[in-house]
Write a protein that binds this ligand. Sequence first.
Ligand code: XMP
Length: 326
Amino acid sequence: DWVMGDYISEAVENIRKQVGDDEVILGLSGGVDSSVAAALIHRAIGKQLTCVFVDHGLLRLNEGDMVMEMFARNLGVKVIRVDAAQKFMSGLAGIADPEAKRKIIGKEFVDIFQSESAKIKNAKWLAQGTIYPDVIESAGKGKKGAHTIKSHHNVGGLPDDMHLQLLEPLRELFKDEVRELGVALGLPREMVYRHPFPGPGLGVRILGEVKVEFAHLLQRADAIFIEELRSTIDETSQQSWYELTSQAFAVFLPVKSVGVMGDGRTYEYVVALRAVQTQDFMTAHWAHLPHELLGKVSNRIINEVRGINRVVYDISGKPPATIEWE
Ligand code: XMP
């Protein structure tokens, strides 16, 4: 039977036995899996754990600060924050192809993670938030799923002379079990039940070439969309539209269209809203969001985010469209 308290004691005991007095490094992404792994390992070995959090500048609005607040401040976890937005932006300059962008983001990630990890003396273990579906998936052929990102922090990507062993305490758990564990370890429910976010982040939600200016506009538009989804409750189910959708986000379209504002003409960028419902993310339906909700989000984005003057809603299913636009 799945009794969380017992499970945690046993997991903590196992981690302590495995690690002994050694130091452990963990690449914290802010996602559910690496966050729960960090919380669990910290419960077991405290200060022997050092997390490396690479902020590529393509995270959701205020995400970097929230990660630091949650781990460093609230849980007392040792976290090294690397603000690498500029490095990623220069790597991405002039690159428009989606897969090329993914490769560059992945490579920058490995580089930064390597050099930061190398500074942590006496580290013997590399911890990862690998969960059971990742184990299954990576046994098959490589696909552009979440595991691609995790494989960026694998042992093969680190200097050989570090001789790191893998510590993967979530290897036997399914996603819903990881979430329950996270809540039991004291992570905020709101964080643990978030929609999935791709490793390359806003890098694949800004179509074509990524620019800092675009990232800032998109972060604000996306935050408004998510805020309204969270605060709009569906009468019938008594759930928020955030809970009623599996994934929802804004996409930045680098095209300009004409608008009017006061007595002036505007010529600004377009944002597309995407919200889907799915069980497995392999197929998905576009969510039938209430028109009032869509109208409110559109008004707020256009009024509050100067630089965006048009909002459209994506009504494509997967297949034939994918969930992300790139
Ligand atoms: P698509 O767009 O293929 O997305 O329908 C399916 C799910 O996978 C996520 N996704 C990614 N996750 N790195 C990730 O970690 C990626 O490169 C990537 N591309 C898509 C997407 O957000 C959705 O949940």
